[in-house]
Design a binder for this molecule. Structure first.
Ligand SMILES: Nc1ncnc2c1ncn2[C@@H]1O[C@H](COP(=O)(O)OP(=O)(O)O)[C@@H](O)[C@H]1O
Ligand SMILES: [Mg+2]
Length: 377
C-alpha cells in the first residue's frame, strides 16, 4: 500500500542535535539515522501569550515505547496533536518517517502509517465491538471487504476482545472500552501508534489491561508514542521517555537509566528502636566503603495507604533496587530484621525537583537525621 515510499525518505542526520545540551542518557548510543521515525526540531506552539510547547527536540526510534511524561498543562496533548497534523506548529518542524510535515504529500502518506487516539473515539453504545469497528473502517475509507472483516477480527484478538464480540459496547468495562479504541487505531495496520493518556480515567483493573496491551503492541513490532502524567506508569511500560515541564523538555533518554536512579529502597521495622540502629548500620556501611552502593539514608513518612510502622517512620535507602537482598543481609548481620523491604516509588514531583536541582536531591546525600520525635515509643 504505502510501504514502497519508506526507503525513498531515509532521514539523514546532520550535525549535532540540539538535544546534546540537555541531560540525555542513551547507553546504547545513538540509533542509526533511519531508525528515527518521528523527530521534532525546535517544535514550538504558542497560544496567544502562552507558550504551550517550547523548542522541543524529541527523537522517537523504531521499536520504542516512548513516554511523553509531564504534569497537566505541560504540553503533551499539544505535541501529539501537532504530530498528527491536528494543530499547526508556531515554529519548528516535525519529521515523520523521514520527511517534514511541511511536505504535504509526504505528510498525507505518513499519516496513513500512524494510528492514534488523541480525542476519545465515539462508539455507539448499542452496537457490538465488531459493528463499531466496521463503522470506523467505513469512515476511514476501508472497503467493506473480506480483508477488512479479517482485519477487524485480527485487531479484536490483539486487544483481547474477540471473546466479547457479541456484547454491545455499553456492557464493556472501562478498560474494554479503551481497548476497543486502541483496536480502532490499529485497523490500518500502523507502524506507529500515538496514544494520549491511554489510562486516564480508567479504574485500576482497566489501567492494568491497557498497559498489558501496550506491551503486546510493542512485541508485535509497533512503535508506540504515548503521553502520561504518571511516573510509575511510564516506568512500567515505556522504553524511552521525554520529560516535559511547562512546555519544555527537561530530559530525554532510556527509562532505565533516566528514571530508575530515583526511588531506592524503603525499610520498615516492627519495633521502633530498630529504626535508628538500622540507619546507623547502613549509613556506616555506605561511608566506610564496605557497601559503597549505599549513597544515603534518611527517614521518610509512609505514603498514604502504606503500612505505618510503630513510631511512624520508615527508612529510605538511596541505593540500587537490585541491592535489596544485600541491604537485608547487612542488617541481619547485626541482628536487625526488617518487617518490610520494598522499592521506593518516586513521585513525579520528587523527580522534577531532582532534575531541576530542588530539595529532593539535597536530602539524598544526607547522613541519617536524628531519630524522629516519638521514634522510641
Ligand atoms: N486550543 C488551545 N487554546 C489555548 N490554549 C491551549 C489550547 N490547547 C492547550 N492550551 C494550553 O497549552 C498548555 C498545554 O496544554 P496541553 O498540551 O493540553 O497539556 P497536557 O496535555 O500536558 O495537559 C496549557 O497551558 C493549555 O491551557
Ligand atoms: Mg493532555
Amino acid at each position: 500500500m504505502v510501504a514502497n515510499v519508506r526507503r525513498s525518505h531515509v532521514y539523514e542526520r546532520s550535525g549535532p542535535s540540539p538535544m546534546d545540551a540537555i541531560p540525555v542518557s542513551s547507553p546504547k548510543g545513538s540509533a542509526p539515522a533511519d531508525d528515527v521515525i518521528l523527530r521534532t526540531v525546535g517544535l514550538t506552539k504558542r497560544y496567544g501569550q502562552r507558550l504551550a510547547v517550547n523548542q522541543l527536540n524529541l527523537d522517537i526510534h523504531r521499536g520504542d515505547v516512548f513516554g511523553l511524561l509531564g504534569p497537566n498543562g505541560s504540553g503533551k496533548t499539544t505535541t501529539l496533536r501537532m504530530a498528527l497534523g491536528l494543530v499547526w506548529p508556531t515554529s519548528g518542524d516535525i519529521e515523520i518517517f523521514g520527511g517534514s510535515i511541511t511536505n504535504t504529500e509526504h505528510h498525507r502518506l505518513a499519516l496513513q502509517r500512524i494510528g492514534a487516539i488523541v480525542e476519545q473515539p465515539a462508539f455507539y453504545p448499542f452496537l457490538t465491538g465488531p459493528e463499531n469497528l466496521r463503522g470506523v473502517a467505513t469512515f476511514a475509507g476501508m472497503a467493506d471487504s473480506a480483508a477488512t472483516r479479517a482485519r477487524i477480527d485480527e485487531v479484536l484478538t490483539l486487544v483481547s476482545l474477540a471473546e466479547r464480540r457479541r456484547d454491545s459496547y455499553k456492557k464493556y468495562s472501562l478498560g474494554m472500552k479503551q481497548r476497543l479504541g486502541i483496536a480502532a487505531a490499529l485497523l490500518n495496520n500502523p507502524e506507529l501508534v500515538i496514544l494520549d493518556e491511554p489510562t486516564n480515567g480508567l479504574d485500576p483493573a482497566g489501567m492494568v489491561e491497557v498497559r498489558a496491551l501496550i506491551s503486546r503492541l510493542a512485541q508485535e513490532g509497533i512503535t508506540v508514542l504515548l503521553s502520561s502524567h504518571l511516573l510509575h506508569e511510564v516506568q512500567q511500560v515505556c522504553t524511552r521517555v521525554g520529560i516535559l515541564k511547562e512546555g519544555s523538555l527537561l530530559a530525554q533518554g532510556e527509562v532505565n537509566s533516566l528514571l530508575a536512579t530515583e526511588g531506592g529502597l524503603v525499610l520498615g521495622f516492627a519495633e521502633a528502636q530498630m529504626l535508628p540502629r538500622a540507619a546507623e548500620v547502613l549509613h556506616t556501611a555506605g561511608q566506610s566503603g564496605s557497601a559503597p552502593w549505599i549513597r544515603g539514608v534518611h527517614y521518610v513518612p509512609p505514603e498514604p495507604g502504606a503500612w505505618i510502622p510503630p513510631g511512624g517512620w520508615l527508612l529510605a535507602v538511596d541505593a540500587p533496587v537490585e541491592r535489596a537482598a544485600d541491604a537485608n543481609a547487612l542488617l541481619a548481620g547485626q541482628g536487625i530484621y526488617a518487617a518490610e523491604l520494598r522499592r521506593r516509588e518516586a513521585s513525579l514531583e520528587q523527580y522534577f525537583l531532582a532534575l531541576t536541582g530542588g530539595t529532593a536531591t539535597a536530602t539524598r546525600a544526607e547522613a541519617p537525621v536524628s531519630a524522629p520525635q516519638g521514634g522510641t515509643k
